[in-house]
Each structure stands twice: as C-alpha cells, then as structure tokens.
Ligand binder design. Sequence first.
Ligand code: AMP
Ligand code: ZN
Length: 469
Amino acid sequence: MKIYNTLSKQKEEFVPLEEGKVKMYVCGPTVYNLIHIGNARPMIVFDTVRRYMEYKGLEVNYVSNFTDVDDKIIKKAQEEGVESEVISERYIAECKKDMEGLNVRPATTHPKATREIDGMLDMISDLIDKGHAYGAADGTVYFRTRSFRGYGKLSHKNLDDLRGGNRSLLVSGEDQKEDPLDFVLWKPRKAGEPAWHSPWCDGRPGWHIECSVMSKRYLGDEIDIHAGGEDLVFPHHENEIAQSEAANGKPFARYWMHNAFLNIDNKKMSKSAGNFFTVRDISEKYDLQVLRFFMLSAHYRSPLNFSAELMEAASNGLERILTAAEKLRELQEKAKADDLTQQERHQLQEAATYMKKYEAAMEDDFNTADAIAAMFEFVKFTNIHANESSSHEYLTALRKQLQTMADICGLILEKKEELLDARIEQLIAERQAARKEKNFARADEIRNELLSQGILLEDTREGVKWKRA
Ligand code: AMP
Ligand code: ZN
C-alpha cells in the first residue's frame, strides 16, 4: 500500500509502527455552524482510507477531534447570548447527523478540546521546562520556533522568507514575540470568554496545541498517519510537529496525508468567502450517498470543482451501480440452478480481475477515481454476464464482489425505497402473526399505522398485497 507523504513529497510504501495496527489522527471541524461540503471532503476520503485498511485486515485506531473552543464559537455564543458550550454541543450533534448521512463511520474516539485542558497544561509546562516555550508579561505563552531545528520540514517553506513576510503581519501586542514565527500555546482570557486556570494566566489554549495533546493522549507519542485538508499543512500541522517533537523527543507522525480543496468556480469553498453549500443544503436535493460518490470520483489530492452538472452526473453514475445491484439480487432470488457451470467458473475468474484492478487503484495512494472506474467495468460485466439462467452460486459471488467494492467506498447498495419496502413487509408479517393469535387490536393498529404512511393493504386469497396510495 502506497501513501503520498507530504513530508517527503513522495509516495511511500506504508509500513505501520506496529504490525497489523494503524494509529491515525484526522483534524476535525471547528463547530460553530453546520459543516459545509468542503469540510465533508476530508471526512469522506479519510473514512475511505480507514475502510480500505480494515478491508486489508489492519486494525485502525481512528481519532478525530472537535475543536470546541475558538474565536468563531465564542462570537456566535455572544450573538445568541448563550454559553460557548451550547453552540459547540449543538453543532457537534448536527455534524454527527451529517456524518451519518454521508455514511462516515464514527471515529474510535472523538475528543473535544475543552475536555483535554489538563493535558495541554502539562505539554505547555514541559515545553517551557525544555526551553521551547516562553511566557510573556501578559500571561501569553509562545512556542519558541527557533528552538526547534526541524521547523518548516512539512511545508517545505523557506523560513527566512516567512519571517520577512510575517513581520508586516504583526499586530499590536504581538511585539512581545521573540520571532515573528513564534505562535501561541496559551492566551489570556478576554471578558466574556471561556477560560481555565493555568500557571501563566486564566485563559485558553491555542489551536495547534489541542491536536498535539489529543493525538498523544489517544494514540501515543508516535503515530502512523496524521491527516487533514491541505490548508492545514501550514501553519497548523507544521506547528503540531514542532510542539509534539520538541515535547516528546520522538518523530510525531510517519505519514502526513492532505486532501486538496473542494472548489466552487475554481475557488476554495469556505465559510469566510461565503461561497459554500452546507451538507444539509445538499441533503435537501440529493441522498447524501450521491455527495459521497461525487467526492470519491476524484483522487483526494486533486482539486475538485463542485457544480450542479457534476452532481447530476454522480447521481446517474451511482444509480447505474444501484440498479445493477438490484438486478443481481432479483436474479439471485429467482435463480433456478444452484451450482456453478464450467463457463461461470471462467466468468468468475474474469470478474476477479476487476476486483484486482480496484485494489491496485486503492493500493496506489487510494486512487478512488480509478477504483470507481473498475467498479463501473464490473457493473458492465454483470449487466452482460448475469441473467435468468445464471446459477445461484454464480450470482451470489457477483453480488458479494459488488458489495465489497461498495463497502470500501462506504456506499450503501440498497435503494432508499427498498429499505422502506423491507420495513413494510416486516410490519405485514407482524400483522399476520397478530391475527393468528387473534390479537385483532394489534393487527388493526398495524394496518392504521401503514395507512397513515400511505400504504394500503388488501387481503387476498394469495395473501396480503400492498400498494402505495
Ligand atoms: P475547519 O473547520 O475550517 O478547521 O476545517 C475542517 C477540515 O475541513 C480541515 O481538514 C480543513 O482542511 C477541511 N476543509 C475546509 N475547507 C475545505 C475545502 N474547501 N475543501 C477541502 N477541505 C476543506
Ligand atoms: Zn489539528
């Protein structure tokens, strides 16, 4: 399995620290609003990385945080006249709903920054003791960038240029820094802001220290993969490396993965630019599976432009896959022959080549675009080579392969309506059982419940039939 590592700017063979296990940290969203579909890109792509690794038999410890203390959260709380926590908890719950719709599995752990303050105080004290951080007169604590030799290794930036450029960015109060590249580990409280006690002042942590500490707490000093959107390379991830390596004296993450932006009119989608759609907006028009499929139809390191036409194309593409899955299911249910014929045996060998292609694409830095292309080739194959005379065993094998391909991408093969159908059948069976037991009250209750959802039942000699009103 090859992963493009931002640190080396190369694809490298993935070798986990501990055989068979993967420690992975993905920077999560700042929760002050509904997430937009740009935020959904890292969620979807790294969930797919996790799924593929699990398919390969690796055990993945997947940690993704919620940044629940931040200027934007505080501002929103002040606007609404509530505590910051009301805002962050509200949008964590909303984010989890969106993740569920996108079939993004919950992380092994979803730490929240505000619950990890003790760890942050420990790491900051440690950095001060080791000469990597210093406190200013007003109680702010800064990381001493010059003290960390590897600073700049992830973003491959020329630090002198950065220093020159940053000088113009200095705002009042920042002149207490020793170096323009020094960054905040702890900052004093302002009126009305959430704050915690510390040896330096009552205040709150800087953003970067949060991730260093949560990664250490849940995964240890050294981890396999650290991931996020490419805007996080500098300064966020560069600063995380400086903090973690200076404090722990060990290499922090071995592989750094970054997804490219989701753009709109070739500009990064972002809240501040106002050119965004929330996941919730999209869910009003499409099943969120379509959004997931759209995201995976491009390689994660390629910029992806969002448009109505491309979403329509994704919707049609996904429909082709779902229709093929449905056809296979129907054929399998009706199959007359049980066992494989000689010819089917050969055809299954051909079918396996599409799975190999799919895997080869995923092995090559998770190229989901090519993996999906292999999935389409396989769908075409099943459309040609599966029919009424196919055996049960053959159809079972084809269904299983399509299911595996879909599972790795986190796509659900059942059409929404079918799920509903299954529920109706279940209620009808329950009603029949109630009638058998002469529990007519329950039977009527079920009939009325179905009626309220527009489902009409008809008792016929062949059994119960139903239709939508
Ligand atoms: P934020 O809430 O801004 O910290 O972002 C959460 C995650 O979404 C980070 O990994 C960002 O890099 C990522 N992200 C934000 N905007 C986009 C975008 N337009 N395209 C892709 N990823 C994004
Ligand atoms: Zn982070």
